[in-house]
Design a protein around this ligand. Structure first.
Ligand SMILES: [Zn+2]
Length: 64
């Protein structure tokens, strides 16, 4: 038998066995997977959200 493939969790660098036992691979756990997912989801959200916020901010400050 060959040795199981082991990868490192991109979040916490823990060893993760690449097998059916690790449904969140390459992450060690759902938590690490969600952290990674949340990071890119945040970036997606700031693109349409940020200009909108600064626009209304500048508008109200101009009004003062
Ligand atoms: Zn992890």
């Amino acid at each position: 038998m060959s040795k199981p493939t082991v990868v490192q969790c991109p979040q916490c660098k823990k060893d993760v066995v690449w097998s059916e036992d690790s449904p969140f691979r390459p992450f060690c756990s759902k938590q690490c997977q969600m952290i990674d997912f949340g990071e890119w989801a945040d970036e997606e959200n700031t693109i349409p959200g940020a200009p909108d916020m600064s626009d209304s901010d500048g508008w109200s400050e101009d009004n003062y």
